[in-house]
Design a protein around this ligand. Structure first.
Ligand SMILES: [Zn+2]
Length: 339
């Protein structure tokens, strides 16, 4: 893959040099720079080739039942014309992620393995915004958490995912951590909603669908009135609760990660269109929930690009402008913005 890409590019470059001078080539390439995209939901982890499986997008279009004495439902399936290939090593994933981010002009908020986050940040300082995740108090003391968020490397708190432990985001055991983020003005991403087919049967017996209800954020938000949060996975499928929560709390945004490439496409578009129709087009962040499939970046971008109920301005808001506002970024720092 890498060699093919390189040789194609190499041929283009040689051809280009044959008919234009070097500066003209670089100008032409610059003019073609893709409009910037901010992906607010990327995971950094050591990749174990035995567990990194290929994936069919929208694999949850069919969720057959199972029974306690039958084989559990498979979490992902590869029964489609063109499954997305999983990277088979940590190095391969980084190389393909960075190549795609450069080509499509993506900057991403990433959480997970600290060593890998440091490697990514060193490889592409302008493309990576490190995020520190915590989902229960056993992972880190409040003091250590505050130290980590204060040293300048981490700019975001997330992914916070108490739902997998059957815990509400308003559980008091997490309260001081949210207090630190509020004090330091750090935005927070909280997993609410999706779990796939049979999550409680397969890998997470403590997972509770009910703990993904966006209303469970209300008490925590009331205790931290200056906290800025985004609801990861947009509280799918609890659209009414999500809309009510955003109506009551003006600092709450959502991301589209995960569900836009796993649940049925018509269902996804219905959910996204409803959010926009309800008036929240300026509070939707683009994200993938990327773990091991580099091509998922293109797949997810395609979902938004093909949403014919969105105007071009609304798409740019989702891809970029809303995240710039939410994370207090400087838009002039991003290349490829049209005046
Ligand atoms: Zn999540």
């Amino acid at each position: 893959m890498k060699n093919n890409l390189f040789s194609t590019y190499g041929r283009f470059l040689l051809f280009g040099l044959g008919i234009m001078g070097l500066s003209e080539v670089s100008q032409a390439q610059e003019a073609k720079k893709h409009a910037p995209i901010i992906d607010v939901h990327v995971h950094a982890s050591q990749i174990n080739p035995n567990f990194a499986n290929d994936l069919c997008p929208w694999f949850l279009s069919n969720m057959p039942g199972s029974g306690p004495k039958q084989t559990p439902p498979s979490f992902i399936n590869t029964d489609c014309a063109r499954p997305l290939k999983a990277a088979k090593s940590t190095e391969e994933f980084q190389q393909k992620l960075m190549e795609t981010a450069e080509r499509l002009n993506i900057t991403f908020v990433a959480s997970g393995d600290a060593e890998i986050l440091h490697r990514w940040k060193a490889a592409a300082p302008k493309r990576v915004i490190p995020s520190l995740g915590i989902s229960n108090a056993e992972q880190m003391t409040v003091e250590a958490f505050e130290d980590s968020l204060s040293n300048g490397f981490y700019q975001v708190m997330g992914e916070v995912a108490p739902q997998y432990q059957g815990m509400s985001p308003s559980d008091m055991s997490l309260d001081e951590y949210f207090g630190v983020a509020e004090k330091l003005g750090i935005p927070v991403g909280i997993h609410m909603g999706t779990g796939g087919n049979g999550m409680a049967n397969i890998t997470s017996p403590k997972y509770r669908a009910s703990m993904g209800n966006p209303f469970l954020l209300e008490d925590m938000l009331a205790r931290h009135p200056k906290l800025k949060i985004w609801v990861m996975h947009a509280g799918y499928p609890m659209i009414d609760e999500m809309i009510a929560l955003m109506g009551a709390n003006a600092y709450v945004y959502v991301d589209l990660a995960g569900f836009i490439w796993s649940y049925p496409l018509e269902e996804i578009h219905m959910y996204l269109e409803r959010l926009v129709q309800a008036g929240f087009g300026k509070r939707i962040l683009y994200g993938t929930d990327l773990m091991v499939w580099p091509e998922l970046l293109e797949t997810s971008i395609g979902v938004i690009e093909n949403a014919n109920y969105l105007s071009e301005d609304q798409k740019r808001d989702i891809f970029f402008n809303n995240a710039v506002r939410f994370f207090n970024l400087d838009p002039s720092q991003f290349e490829g913005i049209e005046d």
